[in-house]
Ligand binder design. Sequence first.
Ligand code: SF4
Length: 478
Amino acid sequence: MNKPTDESQIMKMEQPIFLQPMPPARPASRLQRLGDAMRRYRRLILGVQWAVVVFYLALVMIPAFLPLPGTGASVLNNLTLLAQFMFWGIWWPFVIVATLTMGRVWCGVLCPEGTLTELASRHGLGRPVPRWLKWGGWPFAAFVITTVYGQLVSVYEYPKAVLLVLGGSTVAAIAVGFVYGRGKRVWCRHLCPVSGVFALLARLAPVHFRVDRKKWDAAASTHPVPVDCAPLLDMRRMKSGSQCHMCGRCSGQRDAVTLAPRLPGAEVANLKAAEAGAWEARLLVFGIIGTAVGAFQWSSSPWFVAIKTRVAEWLIERDSFALLQDNAPWWLLTHYPEANDVFTWLDGIGVLTYIGATALILGSWITLWLRLAGALLPGDAKQNSRWIAYAFIPLGGLGVFLGLSALTVTLLKAEGVIMPWLPEVRGALLALAALWSLWLGWRMLQRISRWRKVFALGALGAAIGGNVFAWMLQFYIW
Ligand code: SF4
């Protein structure tokens, strides 16, 4: 029996979650055994998922109804600060690291939104996924909108903003799950604001669920029970780890699916130019790099302060005070008078402009050099440049980690933890990320003739230099 390949066909199949038969005995490596154990102990994973859901909902909801922490409050005695530290100090930076090292295990084993959207989908309307929802630009649009909006309402600092941004995303995940799919994660596959980021980072992971196509086809008649693959993957043809949630439900299926090691970045190194996606390249260059750098940078940028002050002076000289008002509601712009933290309309416009300009300038710089590199290679220059853009995944991923860990550092400093070694560690991580990207580019260009390769790598190096300079501004120059 052939496996269906269309998403709607995959969704129509009844795939009971607990009835996953175990594969026949086979000589197994430790990783294989781990993958098989994930399938065997599915109930345990479900228990962990629901514990995370309860913990997550408590940290998202309760602090929003508590007063803001006073002076002397600490993560050890204040739930709001504890939630802030858990979300932005630990959760986010280390989800990035986990995805780089273990693939999307966060999505498949721990993510509360994934758990809730799948449950809603199991008891919902079961409608097929409409075409508009499959638009390839959603991961880019959702990431950029969430990142920018999060800055406008100061999501890193205030629990009401957390409830709005994270809670809103969770409600949307449940609603999408309720309407579409049958026990599937339509939200995760198409709309989750970070699924595009995780899909790119997972391509570097040194472990993945490998599918042996020959074994799969040969065993077709002996393994009739389908696997409950929540993100709607066509396992038989799966070659990439980017969309796999590493849930382990398919481990050992038809004796063909195995949790296996691979060289970090091997998937990207072996990617063909024709397989590169335009939206993935845009998400990487203008989203994960351009927008994220702007979002992490604006609050420490002297340029932001100088330009905003100049504009404010210019407005005052002309008796124009409308943009200097601070009467925007908290759900539109940061508004916490009790913490002396209130955005004027000018602040809001300034943040939007700074992030937008950074995304545009940095993204265009990188795109320019990637286009040059693409033109040096045989074939379609535009498609080549999208393909080479994938070499930026290590720098993009570790850049986001560095940006998020800056929050960890700020929160730890507030707790009295001093880290004198921080500049050296940041420098080493930045250098490692830049060299990893260059090395990945070199591996991708292996089959290209020597001189073309050298010039294309030079162009990639110039693009990487622009990204590194942006981080150096924030960590060393300002
Ligand atoms: S292919 Fe599907 S079922 Fe298998 S591990 Fe990945 S997400 Fe889970």
